[in-house]
Design a binder for this molecule. Structure first.
Ligand code: PBG
Length: 331
């Protein structure tokens, strides 16, 4: 038997049996890696379907405690809340963001009251509340003003934290907002409220279904390219992450997910904070549309896709498939 008659290294040996594949798996996906985004609306006993996100609903506040317990039972550690704001509560300055009785605050209180061991994450940005659909305050020319927006975001984050948010997640991409929010939380003795910074948030076409879900689609004037990142850039994402960590972020996020897996990997390699990826509405919609058309096997692709984020170095993934994936993983 000489070398050349057979392969010196047989890579398939480790793959042959299920027990061996389990033994040598380099990454694990568990329900503890998932954050479940949930849309909230007013009313009672309503689960309203979202046309562009089949299987996802806008839930009235009274339904949220049950979803919180469902997350706990499935082993999903955190829920992210997004409000669908009625048109009459939208204004140029997004003042509803500061209302201690707004939809998100009521949702937080109702969910907190369950006592479930599930973290609650809230989005800090003005777009659910502005009549122009931007994440900040705009001047007459349509320019999104940075520093006055940061003042509003600080108020919004405090409002959420006082109502029970465990993690505030600024998704607005204004400069300096993480530091300002951190200082305000400290000054208000909210030392243990985490900041998960949407550090590398790209101006993306994949947010389309989300904007339908929160009712912002029809409002948005122009686009968000003046503050969200350009998909052509990667090194810029590393600068954004470094700044947010220096300003006091506890964890950072890359968003969208799949088209930016290279960014997830680079951030995870370079920095020692937990990195999350947001597999956004458009990514969810792509999978669901292909599954509905009979083109893909949902269970297989959902787990494969979420495992990819873990392989790239993410601590966890925000995904609308969270409950489905958790059920699969729990067997
Ligand atoms: C709001 C916000 C957006 C998303 C999360 N927070 C939309 C946007 O920036 O326009 C998108 C999430 C998704 O598409 O699933 N600032």
């Amino acid at each position: 038997m000489s070398i050349g008659e057979y392969p010196a290294t047989r890579m398939r040996r480790l793959r042959r049996q299920p027990w061996s594949r389990a033994l040598v798996a380099e990454t694990q996906l568990t329900p503890a890696d998932l954050i479940w985004p949930i849309f909230v609306r007013d009313g009672t006993d309503i689960a309203e379907p979202i046309a562009t996100m089949p299987g996802v609903f806008r839930h009235s506040v009274d339904r949220l405690p049950a979803l919180m317990r469902e997350a706990e039972a499935l082993g999903i550690p955190a829920i992210a809340l997004f409000p669908y704001t009625q048109p009459e509560r939208r204004s140029d300055d997004g003042a509803e963001a500061l209302n201690p009785d707004n939809l998100v605050c009521r949702a937080l209180r109702a969910m907190r009251d369950t006592g479930a061991n599930v973290g609650l994450l809230t989005d800090v940005a003005l777009d659910p509340y502005t009549s122009h659909g931007h994440d900040g305050l705009v001047d007459d020319s349509g320019y999104v003003l940075n520093d006055v927006t940061v003042d509003m975001l600080v108020g919004q984050a405090l409002n959420q934290a006082r109502a029970g948010a465990d993690i505030v997640a600024p998704s607005d991409m204004m400069d300096g907002r993480v530091g300002a929010i951190r200082a305000a939380l400290e000054a208000d003795s909210l030392h243990d409220v985490q900041i998960m910074a949407y550090s590398a948030k790209y101006a993306s076409g994949f947010y389309g279904p989300f904007r339908d879900a929160v009712g912002a689609g029809g409002y948005l004037k122009g686009d968000k390219k003046g503050y969200q990142m350009d998909s052509a850039n990667a090194r810029e994402a590393l600068r954004e992450v470094a700044l947010d960590i220096a300003e006091g972020a506890d964890s950072v996020m890359v968003k969208p997910g799949l088209p930016y897996l290279d960014i997830v990997a680079r951030v995870a390699e370079r920095f020692d904070v937990p990195v999350f990826a947001y597999c956004v509405s458009g990514e969810y919609a792509m999978v669901e549309a292909a599954v509905a058309a009979g083109m893909l096997d949902k269970d297989r692709v959902v787990l494969e896709l979420l495992t990819a984020f873990r392989r790239a170095g993410a601590s966890g993934v925000l995904t609308y498939h969270a409950p489905h994936a958790a059920r699969l993983l729990n067997g």
